[in-house]
Design a protein around this ligand. Structure first.
Ligand code: DWN
Length: 408
């Protein structure tokens, strides 16, 4: 689906970055499927009206999210804790009604967050179009509907089950091209006292850290508070709180409600002012970002070629979706990275999207430590480096590329 116009404001988009042909971030495949591998022209645009940073073209949702979607949220212990805490914060927020609260999570994946509501007997519903992960959620007692969310679905839910107290989402809203349709649905779903609480990778961090790998097929938008204020303002809703998060290399949790329903916390004007100072409302900011991205590519390729020339064994650690952008944009294949180890069974034994680097079980890494491991899940650095102390003690070194290319 190509957008020459902003998906939210319908005004012309200005292209700010072009990554060329890219495969699906989670398009891990077998050799027999090489001939049919899917690629799309990946570039990003910006609208100075909505302040939405967005893909110009995105593959159809059915191509990306299906009954063999490769990402399971519960692969990280740190994230499991994060979502337990998120659920507790919602339950104790004072925003839920005292009697029979009802909570919906969009894109509940394998139930990593909603199971914390289910276990307390709180009425909940997960909306998860990828059937394989939704089934996993059911195993944890989470009730799901395996559909794409829309205004129509919101109307059906209101008719069948009534309005809700909280609409939650984590790392989901930035995946949805018809985001305005979703917000219109939310507006209908929410009780007058209801709230929206969602978090996504934060554009402010992406720009500050040159973490361009947050840009891939699934992430049609990278939001800022400015863009969220604009989007929800179109449906007479407003930001009432903003809570920066450490997750995914820097995320933002947005709290919104019907206009006037709650007082606006100080975090809102403070962070909006910070974003204006960072230039998240201006095209020029993204020109500088493009230069930093180009430099990062040069530095990374030079480092890997240098290590190869010295005969070093270099592997990738964690076959993340975001690594697909780095590897394909920089042209890094099995000649520079021997394999990528990953804990997700569905990815193991396959080849990485586009560059076709073998994905192997984690045990391969543990059994035969390389000289260098390129940490493709740099956002989980604390957790991974914490459990891989032995690798470093035995002389192994980490390579990371965010916020700059370096050997640790
Ligand atoms: O928005 C999205 C985020 C939340 O999750 C999605 N569109 C898809 C996915 O992105 P990702 O694949 O870049 O996510 P992560 O959480 O950075 O990486 C997960 C991958 O890393 C999995 O394949 C498992 C792997 N991993 C590992 O092998 N060992 C992860 C950890 C923490 C580990 O210790």
């Amino acid at each position: 689906m190509t957008a020459k116009l902003c998906r939210v404001s319908n005004t012309p988009l200005k292209q700010v970055l072009d990554f060329g042909k890219q495969p699906l971030g989670n398009g891990f495949l077998e050799k027999k499927d090489f001939a049919n591998e899917y690629f799309f022209p990946m570039s990003v645009g910006f609208s100075e009206v909505s302040m939405m940073f967005q893909l110009l073209e995105q593959p159809n949702p059915e191509i990306m999210f299906h009954d063999h979607y490769a990402f399971y949220s519960s692969t990280s212990g740190f994230m499991a804790n994060h979502f337990k805490q998120f659920a507790e914060e919602v339950i104790n927020s004072g925003y839920l009604s005292k009697t029979s609260p009802f909570v919906i999570e969009l894109g509940c994946n394998d139930g990593i967050m909603l199971k914390n509501f289910a276990s307390k007997g709180i009425q909940h519903l997960g909306i998860e179009p990828s059937l394989n992960v939704a089934k996993e959620a059911n195993k944890h007692g989470v009730r799901t509907r395996s559909e794409f969310f829309s205004e129509e679905l919101a109307e059906t839910i209101v008719k069948e089950e009534g309005q809700i107290d909280a609409f939650l989402a984590a790392n989901v809203m930035c995946h949805i091209p018809d985001i305005l349709g979703v917000v219109k649905g939310i507006k209908k779903l929410l009780k007058p006292t209801g709230v929206v609480m969602f978090e996504d990778p934060y554009l402010g961090d992406v720009i500050a850290k040159t973490s361009y790998d947050q840009i891939y097929d699934e992430h049609v938008f990278l939001f800022s508070a400015l863009s969220i204020k604009y989007l929800f303002g179109l449906c007479d809703m407003e930001l009432i709180d903003l809570q920066p998060q450490k997750t995914h290399g820097g995320s933002m949790r947005y709290v919104l409600a019907h206009k006037g329903a709650y007082p606006v916390k100080n975090s809102v004007p403070e962070i909006l002012a910070k974003e204006m100072a960072q230039g998240l409302d201006k095209l020029e900011t993204f020109d500088k970002f493009r230069e930093s991205v180009e430099q990062s590519k040069i530095d990374l390729v030079n480092l890997l070629k240098d290590l190869k020339a010295k005969g070093k064994k270099v592997v990738g650690y964690a076959a993340t979706s975001k690594s697909t952008t780095v590897l394909n944009y920089c042209g890094i294949g099995p000649d520079l990275i021997e394999y990528i180890c990953d804990t997700t069974p569905i990815k193991q034994g396959k080849l990485s999207p586009g560059m076709h680097i073998p994905v192997v079980p984690y045990e391969t890494f543990a059994a035969n430590s390389p000289d260098y491991a390129f940490l493709l899940a740099w956002n989980h650095a604390e957790e991974i480096m914490g459990k891989e102390k032995k690798y470093v003690e035995s002389g192994g070194k980490w390579i990371i590329h965010v916020p700059k290319v370096q050997v640790l």
